[in-house]
Structure formats: structure tokens, C-alpha cells
Design a protein around this ligand. Structure first.
Ligand code: GTB
Length: 217
């Protein structure tokens, strides 16, 4: 059955793979699945056809036959549950991998989103510097605990899993800030994740899609 995901027709990150379709592309590549991507403009994202797929008018979404999903955590979970490559066989290890997926989405990503909001949307506020200091302080405290948990291991809990895919993709959003480099184990973790052939294929595909969009205007 054909899998179709949605993404930005013209990603504001200019092909850096920072939007959340990246983790879905990456999961599909890890699972060895073919997929097509339907690029949407910001206006199309808020039209009824897309709101029927995603209640908040966001990307990405995932459609396979009569199933349409939104929320990247749910999409990656669906892929991991139905195809080999992203979850361990052992049921307890699988449950722990799911815990790491939730941790990425609920314990780490909101802090990083707060930083993006402060950097990009609160530039003109007199209190931006103070706000950013608080945001970075929270990020550093959480990253220190995550780094301690990872220790010298390659992945968070044994073999690479959907938990690592979600966590590494969330952390990628911080790379340009430099804050990840304060935690060498996490910087190496992200680099290790990005070196995976499946990540590389997904990254190249989204970059090519961005460049094709630029070429056709
Ligand atoms: N919780 C949802 C999920 O995980 O699926 C969040 C989805 C989401 O935030 N989607 C964003 C979106 O559609 C795109 S990824 N935003 C448009 C809107 O809300 O109207 C966030 C994003 C956007 C751009 C960059 N960038 O340019 O670097 C990075 C990340």
C-alpha cells in the first residue's frame, strides 16, 4: 500500500532537515519502506483538506490506505510497531524504547521549542534576554541528566531504536545553538545518529525536494 506523508512545499529551514517530517522520513528509511511526499504551502496547511488530516493544520501527516495519522510520535510508533528495524524483539525493551520516544516528545522537545520561540518570535521583547537565560538554564539541566543517562553508551537502551530516532531528531534542533557541544556525549550521539545510512537517505531526499521546489519557483 502506498505511504504518503505531508511536508513543507518550501521548508523555511532551506533543506536542513529541521522540520518534523524529517523524523518520519528517517523512520520510513530505517524500516526500508517506500513513500511519497506531498508538499504543502502554509496556506494549504490551513485548508479543510489538510485540517481533515491534521487538526492543527501542521505537517507532517502519514497516510496509508484508509489510515491517516498526525503527531510524529504516533507516526513513528506506528511504523516501528508494524515493520522490523526500529523496535527490539523483547517486550520489556520495546516498552522502554516507547518510554524514550515519549521522553523525547514531552521532556526534551518542549524546552527546545521554548528556545525557538524566544529566539525567533520574541526578538523585539525587552525581556527576551532574561527569558532566554531561563530557557537555556532549563535546557542545560535537562541535557546534563540525559547525558548522564546515556553515559558512554552508543544508544539510550541497548540497540538503536525508535526512542533514539525521536531523541536524536529532537536534539538536532539545538545543534546550531552550540549548546549541545557543552555535552560531548550528546553531540557524539547526534553525530552517530546522523551517520546512519537511513538518516542520510532521508536527509538527501528532503534536501533534493527543497532544491527542486526552488528550481521550479
Ligand atoms: N506535535 C506535532 C508533531 O510532532 O507532529 C508538531 C508538528 C509541528 O510543529 N509542525 C510544524 C508546523 O506544521 C512543522 S515542524 N508548523 C506550522 C504551523 O504550526 O502552522 C516545526 C519546524 C518548522 C520549521 C523549522 N525550521 O524552519 O527550521 C523547524 C521546525
Amino acid at each position: 500500500m502506498t505511504i504518503t506523508i505531508t511536508g513543507f512545499a518550501n521548508s523555511p529551514d532551506k533543506g536542513k532537515g529541521l522540520a518534523r517530517d524529517m523524523r518520519v522520513r528517517w523512520a520510513l528509511e530505517e524500516a526500508g519502506l517506500d513513500y511519497q511526499v506531498h508538499g504543502l504551502s502554509f496556506a494549504e496547511m490551513k485548508e479543510p483538506a489538510h485540517l481533515a488530516r491534521q487538526p492543527f493544520g501542521q505537517i507532517p501527516t502519514y497516510t496509508e490506505g484508509d489510515l491517516t495519522l498526525f503527531e510524529t510520535g504516533a507516526i513513528v510508533l506506528h511504523i516501528a510497531e508494524n515493520h522490523p528495524g526500529l523496535f527490539p524483539e523483547d517486550s520489556s525493551a520495546r516498552a522502554r524504547a516507547i518510554a524514550w520516544m515519549f521522553a523525547a516528545a514531552s521532556d526534551i522537545e518542549p524546552l527546545i521549542t521554548d528556545r525557538d520561540v524566544a529566539v525567533f518570535f520574541e526578538k523585539d521583547k525587552a525581556w527576551q534576554a532574561e527569558r532566554l537565560a531561563t530557557v537555556y538554564d532549563r535546557i542545560r539541566r535537562r541535557l546534563k541528566m540525559l547525558s548522564d543517562q546515556l553515559g558512554e553508551n552508543d544508544w539510550l537502551d541497548g540497540a538503536f531504536s525508535a526512542g533514539d530516532l525521536m531523541m536524536a531528531d529532537v536534539l538536532r534542533r539545538l545543534v546550531s545553538s552550540g549548546v549541545i557541544d557543552e555535552f560531548p556525549a550528546l553531540a557524539a550521539y547526534v553525530a552517530r545518529a546522523e551517520a546512519r545510512p537511513a538518516f542520510q537517505r532521508a536527509y538527501a531526499a528532503q534536501k533534493a525536494a527543497f532544491e527542486a521546489g526552488q528550481a521550479t519557483g
